[in-house]
Design a protein around this ligand. Structure first.
Ligand code: IPE
Ligand code: IPE
Ligand code: MG
Length: 237
């Protein structure tokens, strides 16, 4: 029983995934990049259910960065259409799982109809409380910090400001920092994801391209995480 309790504790409260490798997945199959993105979004459907079944409370995914606007217009437009399609088609399933959909990122530059749909999906699922499913679209860690600093300045705070003062202005201030960040497809970097919030996150990297990431891969990552010792600068227990 005591052992069980200990294992329970080792499940991340907030799991974050950098969904990378859609393009390479498609290339390997001689398919257009957008087919890779489509396969990637499909993969997410099941993942919400799997993540929930493992008792994770917050699940965030990096789907489009503030730097991804630098891609060819056709890819960007295609991605926006896929997001639109995915939200419309999947919101009921996600809601039925007890998941609340939230979006994280800058709202500028996104097409108006997509924004409208995002607001609708958030509102439609706002009472679900088993899992927060957070889609980071047009998200950049530097942009988030900068936006928070600007909002903080506008509030005319009393110096010196604290970390908590700044955090209040982050996009989702109530969401705890990610415990585990998984990145697929072999790159060993953060690419501007959860910059501030990842200060004490654990990382897990795999060469698997995101559309090939499955339940088995998820469990490998979670098992690896369960064996880590987090010290936050303190001493070993
Ligand atoms: C991740 O896949 C999805 C987005 C960044 C939108 P990529 O499109 O980055 O795939 P690779 O890295 O080119 O394989
Ligand atoms: C990171 O992937 C962003 C997302 C997964 C949304 P990228 O493919 O854009 O990152 P870089 O360019 O390889 O660093
Ligand atoms: Mg990539």
């Amino acid at each position: 029983m005591a052992e069980e309790k200990k294992l329970e504790k080792k499940v991340p409260t907030h799991l974050a995934i950098i969904l990378d490798g859609n393009g390479r997945w498609a290339k390997k199959r001689n398919l257009p990049r957008l087919m890779g993105h489509r396969a990637g979004l499909r993969k997410l459907e099941n993942m919400v259910r799997l993540v929930k079944a493992r008792g994770i409370r917050y699940f965030s995914v990096y789907a489009f960065s503030t730097e991804n606007w630098n891609r060819p217009a056709m890819e960007v437009t295609g991605l926006m259409s896929l997001f639109r399609y995915y939200i419309r088609k999947k919101v009921d399933e996600v809601k039925a799982e007890g998941a609340r959909i939230r979006f994280c990122g800058r709202k500028d530059k996104l097409p108006e109809d997509l924004l409208k749909q995002m607001r609708w999906a958030e509102d439609y699922t706002k009472d679900q409380n088993i899992l927060d499913f957070i889609l980071c679209i047009n998200y950049g860690g530097r942009a988030e910090i900068l936006d928070a600093v600007n909002s903080l300045i506008a509030s005319k705070p009393q110096a010196p400001v604290t970390e908590e003062d700044l955090r209040k202005y982050f996009y989702l201030p109530d969401v705890p920092d990610p415990d585990l960040i998984i990145r697929t497809s072999g790159e060993l970097r953060l690419s501007n994801f959860w910059l501030w919030e990842s200060a004490y996150s654990e990382y897990y990297f795999t060469d698997i391209h995101w559309p090939d990431f499955d339940e088995n891969e998820l469990d490998k990552a979670l098992e690896n995480y369960a064996g880590r010792e987090r010290r936050y600068g303190g001493l070993k227990n």
